[in-house]
Design a protein around this ligand. Structure first.
Ligand code: PLP
Length: 623
């Protein structure tokens, strides 16, 4: 825990447990169990799947849905609010069928609905929402087909709200609802001037691409009035960014939005619903600060602030309290998925000191470097640091001139990095560590090669430097001593994780354990349930990992509830328009040609053909 902060970001779902293994807390009804993730991983492998595996914990998802809905129910009760809360899950945050099946089932007691941002998502929402009290919120740009689907949803008795993002959508709504003779439920998305600093801040502010400006809201009202349809305007929506770390920004946005809400009531719209969008942040680093990977508030404060802010402003205006909708995605689903992968290998710039030695006839520069290395002390670290850099550079330029051979250059680099390692180690015994030496520590990090693809399973880490907790799921009873960064199996220089959570900042390496020849080393990347699965891409043609859903059953026993096999090479090739049968044919022709040229015999022909066939059927990751 000291190194990885598991209890801080684990929110009670993950904690350091027995035998140095991470435990996950599962609960279903009265049943509660703490289970070792390492044991689960071993069972998964015994069951025939290989790493990487995405593990989904259904009980965590259920618990989050309950927590969100209960927090608003409590805030409503405590403040004497006279409206209700109806959450909706934004499908884009995790569109997987199993997830939607679970969310709509687990959300039933709370009339928990769905948010759809496209026709495809609306079709999912209409088919999966089970309860006619739940809302289906339609965001995103809409054509008439999208609007028809929403209107037919109304006809089937569902609370489908069409939220206007562009003024021209009003004309289509008016036209289509008249044509189909179906009364729409209409909402307006307002472009707030409040915005949040951070990685996800582009959804609000004057330059955001979403929503209507104050002037466009007035035009929308005019259009609806002219069409005799203002009585269908019921909802005001805003979404001003995901992962909002500071509660002051959340309060500020509600305040501004409620002003719009009041104004629309004054314009004669019946209203009755305010939709505060997403933004409820996840504490990825466990620091509970307003750093972008964290949040300086908790769920109870979030719900209370929204409810109280709406109540206070509407009471002052003498207006009824509306139904409050929120569209939290990240908060609801992030904790429920963990990506487990094995480490394939590691590399390092330094070597064990006993393997260092030089020939008698070594050049003077190399001898000088060895001399410095042997004489580094706590006192002279800074001087030694400058000297080794000088000699390293000298060796490099001599190599360029042809005055130093490859073997000497190779040895010089080993002595250089071993010296840096010694300098950093000894500098830590001093009260004050010179900054340049502190910075050098990151360069010493070993590379641990993980069997996964950052682009497929952790796209936000690559695209926007989002931080996720990365932790070995076993060996936590042993001190991790090797500073490491993690490289993935793609051959892209961006395919790595080299920023890790720290309490108040990020750190450039993670302390990990030494790899043992006879044992797998399994790491987990936690809190990956939101956005990562569907934003992932096929870089280097690595496909979806295997997915296993785990939860307690009605008897409180651990149950592996669903297994979705990851992509095979064949699957992936099909995604990018290849026809595996044709590929095999092309390969077979090449085998025949080699046979004809007598470069292979019949046995080899069979072996090679078999290898290609199996390759196509195999997992895209290292097996
Ligand atoms: N609603 C809308 C319109 C969004 O664009 C998003 C995502 O950015 C969300 C809800 C979900 O936000 P979050 O994951 O922060 O809860």
């Amino acid at each position: 825990d000291e190194y990885y902060g598991i209890s801080r970001w684990g929110e009670g779902f993950f904690s350091p447990g027995k035998n140095g293994e991470i435990e996950v807390s599962l609960s279903y009804g009265e049943h509660k169990q703490k289970v070792s993730l390492y044991e689960l991983a071993q069972k998964i492998v015994k069951g025939g799947l290989s790493f990487p595996v995405l593990v989904r914990f259904r009980d965590i998802l259920r618990s989050r849905i309950a927590a969100l809905n209960n927090a608003f129910a409590r805030a409503i009760k405590q403040s004497g609010y006279r409206g209700v809360y109806r959450g909706v899950f934004p499908i884009k945050v995790n569109q997987q069928q199993q997830v939607l099946e679970d969310i709509t089932e687990m959300g039933l007691p709370y009339h928990y609905g769905l948010e759809a941002g496209s026709k495809a998502e609306l079709i999912i929402a209409l088919s999966y929402v089970k309860d006619r009290e739940s809302f289906i919120i339609c965001n995103g740009y809409k054509d008439s087909e999208f609007i028809d689907l929403a209107l037919y949803g109304r006809k089937l008795g569902y609370k489908v709200v069409i939220v206007v993002e562009r003024l021209s959508e009003i004309d289509t709504i008016v036209e289509r609802s008249k044509e189909l003779d179906i009364e729409p439920l209409i909402g307006l998305r307002v472009k707030l001037s409040s915005s949040v600093p951070g990685k996800w801040s582009e959804s609000a502010g004057d330059q955001s691409i979403f929503g209507l400006t104050a002037h466009q809201i007035v035009s929308a009202v005019e259009k609806l009035k002219a069409a005799g349809m203002l009585q269908h305007l019921k909802l005001l929506h805003y979404h001003f960014g995901s992962q909002v770390p500071d509660i002051r920004h959340i309060r500020g946005a509600v305040k501004e939005a409620v002003r719009y809400y009041v104004s629309l009531c004054r314009e004669g719209a019946p209203m009755g619903i305010i939709d505060v969008g997403g933004g409820l942040a996840v504490d990825y680093d466990g620091s509970q600060t307003n750093f972008h990977s964290s949040r300086n508030y908790d769920l109870a404060e979030y719900a209370t602030d929204i409810v109280e802010e709406v109540k206070e402003l509407l009471d002052a205006e003498g207006l009824e309290h509306p139904t409050i909708i929120s569209e939290s995605g990240r908060f609801v689903i992030a904790h429920s998925s963990v990506l487990l992968f094995n480490v394939l290998d590691s590399s390092s710039l330094t070597v064990p000191p006993e393997s260092l030695s030089i020939q008698e006839d070594a050049s003077t520069e190399l001898r000088d470097l060895v001399e410095i290395y042997n004489n580094i002390t706590v006192k002279n670290v800074q001087e030694a640091f400058h000297d080794v850099i000088y000699y390293r550079d000298l060796m490099r330029s001599k190599f360029l001139m042809g005055d130093v051979n490859l073997r000497e250059r190779g040895l010089a680099e080993l002595y250089f990095w071993n010296s840096i390692e010694k300098i950093v180690r000894l500098a830590k015994q001093r009260k004050y560590i010179p900054e340049e030496i502190e910075d050098a520590e990151a360069a010493l990090a070993h590379i641990y090669y993980g069997n996964f693809s950052v682009f497929q399973s952790l796209p936000d880490s690559w695209a926007i430097d989002q931080l996720f907790p990365v932790v070995p799921i076993h060996k936590l009873d042993q001190k991790p001593e090797i500073p490491a960064i993690i490289a993935d199996t793609t051959c892209d220089s961006d395919g790595k994780i080299d920023k890790f959570i720290d309490i108040y900042d990020t750190k450039p390496y993670l302390l990990l354990h030494k790899l043992q020849d006879d044992e797998d080393y399994i790491l987990g990347i936690f809190l990956v349930g939101a956005y990562q699965e569907t934003l992932g891409d096929l870089h280097n043609l690595f496909g979806d990992p295997h997915i296993v859903s785990i939860g307690l059953d009605e008897d409180g026993e651990i149950s592996f509830m669903g297994e979705v096999e990851g992509d095979t090479v064949e699957d992936i090739l099909t995604y990018v328009e290849y026809i595996p049968k044709n590929i095999l044919q092309k390969l077979r022709k090449k085998i025949e040609a080699a046979l004809k040229r007598q470069e292979i015999d019949l046995v080899e022909k069979k072996q090679i053909a078999q290898a290609f066939e199996e390759g196509l059927r195999g997992y895209t990751y290292f097996e």
